[in-house]
Design a protein around this ligand. Structure first.
Ligand SMILES: [Zn+2]
Length: 476
């Protein structure tokens, strides 16, 4: 019998974190799927950078080339490309995914970064916080109005919002009283929006199922946002998974005979410490000292160095979690290592010597150039030093692939692990985007009988053919 497919994307949950939540009894429905419905938990590698736009493009299109981060500088179009509030991906979207076969072709792709060939996004393109802008989208109102018109939905949402807000306030107070510093900017506003969008997305996924779309891809970000605010090991992050579990159960309840369900994540999270923590200087400030005369502009941060009209040059730094790209201004192409060293002989070495930095990467023709603790290391000779983060052969291949992207900064900077915490360039208590720990190891929850093998998946783009085959096999 032909079956339809619904895929739920749970942002930011690593395979190990999910296993921990199951062991703690926080996800009873997922436990039921494993115990009674023949599901099993798979690990896979999302690749580098461990960010949503990169991993989700890989999953949906099998192609994430030239997506070097959560935000980056497009030299050709002179634009900061970013997701989240004020997304600008559409200004470069025509360069991407040509000739690809999207996972959700003719299906429904709800609250994802990309349209992915879907016939409908049900008015929710979550990542750019725009509702109903896709050409093929129905209006947001056509989803919102019936959702809000149902007093059960409204009641459910209000009750949960009040409950989560109260708990968030309590968690915030506890965290502060224990001397921890949750990322304030993330806390209240995002939590409210997350719950609302989470509920709306769940409603839209169920609606898409009732209307018979296939495949359906629905993305849920509440865990990721909460873990950014409090850190993944905080109790509030674990709490949110309870709501996620309930959402999985509610979606599963409309499967009937028609649908098969698969649940996955895109990357994990790690505890972070801020680059400029403990009265330290911001990364841009450090760069301004290393590059006298240059105006340093942190994207999503401050400006440093002399005023614009007195500066001899300009540098943009795009920061995404534990990863930073450094771009010298006024160039149409990425600067090679030789030219970089000719102009700024000590820059890569000095940045790599900072205690907050694990690794600096640049490119010399076809060769990868690394700087670690002030020392230059070329090509695969870096491998022994990568063993602290993951399998060194695999990580080297992942880094080398990222380093081949023209959209990367002239220098790529990875945050170090200091006292067991990843140095983050953004103000977040939990983060990802870089290398090391849980952030590189997301999960797929699938039925054993589908015989999915993700053990050799070294990047989210390699998950695409596996999911596409499953979609096609179920449909016949
Ligand atoms: Zn995130």
């Amino acid at each position: 019998m032909s079956r339809k497919l619904v895929v739920l994307h749970i942002d930011g949950v690593s395979a190990d974190f999910l296993a921990k939540a199951l062991a703690a009894g926080e996800m009873p429905f997922v436990q039921h799927l494993i115990d009674a419905e023949g599901y099993e938990l798979h690990r896979y590698r999302c690749g580098v950078p461990s960010t949503t736009p990169f991993a989700q493009a890989g999953i949906l299109y099998g192609d994430n080339i030239e997506i070097p981060s959560f935000r980056w500088w497009d030299r050709e179009r002179s634009v900061v490309v970013q997701f989240g509030a004020g997304s600008t991906f559409k200004s470069v979207a025509d360069k991407y995914f040509q000739g690809r076969d999207p996972l959700t072709r003719d299906g429904a792709c709800i609250a994802a970064c990309y349209p992915a060939g879907a016939a409908d996004d049900f008015g929710i393109a979550y990542q750019d916080r725009s509702y109903g802008r896709q050409a093929k989208s129905r209006s947001a109102a056509s989803v919102l109005v019936p959702y809000l018109a149902n007093p059960i939905h409204l009641g459910d949402w209000v009750v949960q919002t009040v409950a989560v807000l109260a708990r968030t306030a309590k968690d915030y107070a506890i965290a502060r009283s224990e001397g921890r510093h949750p990322a304030r900017g993330y806390v209240a506003v995002d939590v409210v929006e997350e719950i609302f969008v989470h509920h709306l997305t769940r409603y839209a996924v169920q609606k898409a199922m009732r209307e018979g779309y296939s495949p359906i891809y629905g993305a849920f970000y509440a865990f990721d946002e909460t873990a950014h605010a409090f850190g993944p090991s905080d109790r509030s992050a674990m709490h949110v998974l309870k709501h996620v579990d309930r959402t999985i159960r509610k979606v599963a309840s409309v499967r009937g005979e028609a649908y098969e369900l698969l649940v996955l994540s895109d990357h994990g999270q790690v505890e972070t410490t801020r680059f400029a923590g403990a009265r330290g200087r911001a990364f841009g400030e450090v760069l301004a000292e290393l590059l006298p005369g240059f105006r340093i502009q942190e994207i999503k941060g401050a400006d440093y160095g002399p005023p614009e009209d007195q500066a001899t040059g300009r540098v943009r730094v795009t920061m995404s979690g534990g990863l930073a790209h450094v771009y010298f201004d006024g160039r149409r192409a990425r600067m090679g290592h030789t030219e970089l060293t000719a102009q700024h002989p000590d820059l890569a070495r000095a940045v790599s010597g900072l205690r907050q930095v694990a690794l600096v990467m640049s490119r010399d023709g076809g060769e990868d150039v690394f700087h670690v603790r002030g020392e230059e290391i070329r090509g695969p000779r870096i491998k022994p030093l990568l063993a602290a983060y993951d399998d060194p052969d695999i990580l080297f291949a992942q880094l080398s692939r990222l380093n081949s992207f023209q959209s990367c900064g002239d220098l790529i900077v990875f945050g170090a692990f200091v006292d067991g915490k990843q140095v983050n360039f953004e103000d977040q208590a939990g983060g990802h985007g870089s290398i090391g720990g849980d952030q590189l190891h997301p999960f797929v929850l699938a039925k054993k009988e589908w015989e999915i093998d993700t053990s050799s998946v070294r990047g989210a783009h390699e998950l695409h053919p596996i999911l596409s085959r499953l979609r096609d096999r179920l449909a016949t």
